[in-house]
Design a protein around this ligand. Structure first.
Ligand SMILES: CC(C)(COP(=O)(O)OP(=O)(O)OC[C@H]1O[C@@H](n2cnc3c(N)ncnc32)[C@H](O)[C@@H]1OP(=O)(O)O)[C@@H](O)C(=O)NCCC(=O)NCCS
Length: 209
């Protein structure tokens, strides 16, 4: 398996990347920000993505987005092809793109929003911590990406304060916090699962009223 910084020579994978993201969202029944092959190609051409290939076969992908004039960076669109799941590939891709993003945007705060427990775990182990949305970028262009998510009405209803996704932030200037939180609060799967359940029961119940 090769995990490399993507370039325009990987343009031929843009369609399968989008299809795999859309298919997986359908299966999970969760909301997702939609991506077009053209958008993915800009990420490849600007070397703002990481791709995993098994020979010629597409295995996984993740890309970088910069917001607030580069003050914030997100590693988005993480996808592992169903044939390659549960092998630790997402963890490896996230580590490669995390290190690459830190090199490319050394002063940026890194963040993400997700409902995925796997991603919450991976991010936590990389040193991200859960935060309220008020600590994330205020760049409207980022939040506009949520418009194609089926839960967008929750985000607008709460005036962007919360949604089913959990916000996570890595502040490069906060290295001490990472070490301390690892010692004091090892990752606890049940806490985040419970948070997810609570949010779903509150927001989705209100939604169906
Ligand atoms: C989520 C996804 C990227 C995980 O890829 P993967 O390569 O199977 O993940 P890994 O094998 O690296 O697993 C990383 C960790 O997450 C855990 N994990 C994986 N899938 C999980 C799931 N569905 N629920 C809870 N934990 C999960 C693993 O057990 C592993 O933990 P460990 O280190 O304790 O063993 C993959 O299932 C996928 O592409 N799903 C569809 C798209 C998606 O949900 N993207 C994230 C959007 S934010």
């Amino acid at each position: 398996m090769d995990i490399v910084i993507a370039t325009k020579k990987h343009n031929k994978y843009a369609a399968i990347i989008c299809d795999t993201i859309a298919e997986s969202a359908k299966v999970r029944g969760t909301g997702i920000a939609k991506r077009t092959p053209e958008y993915i190609m800009t990420k490849l051409e600007n070397q703002n993505a990481v791709i995993a290939l098994d020979g010629d076969k597409f295995a996984g992908f993740c890309y970088i987005e910069a917001w607030d004039h580069g003050r914030f960076v997100a590693n988005s669109g993480l996808i592992v092809h169903p044939d390659y799941r549960s092998l630790g590939l997402a963890k490896k891709i996230k580590k490669v793109i995390f290190d690459y993003s830190k090199k490319k945007f050394p002063d940026a705060k890194m963040f993400g929003i997700t409902t995925g427990l796997a991603v919450l775990k991976i991010n936590y182990e990389l040193g991200y911590k859960p935060v309220t949305f008020s600590e994330l970028t205020t760049d409207d262009a980022f939040w506009k990406g949520c418009q194609t998510c089926k839960n967008y009405d929750i985000l607008t209803r709460t005036e962007r304060k919360m949604c089913l996704c959990t916000g996570m932030l890595y502040d490069p200037n906060d290295k001490k916090v990472k070490e301390e939180s690892e010692q004091k609060h090892p990752y606890n799967k049940r806490v985040l699962q419970r948070l997810k359940n609570i949010k779903e029961s509150v927001f989705l119940k209100n939604k169906n009223k």
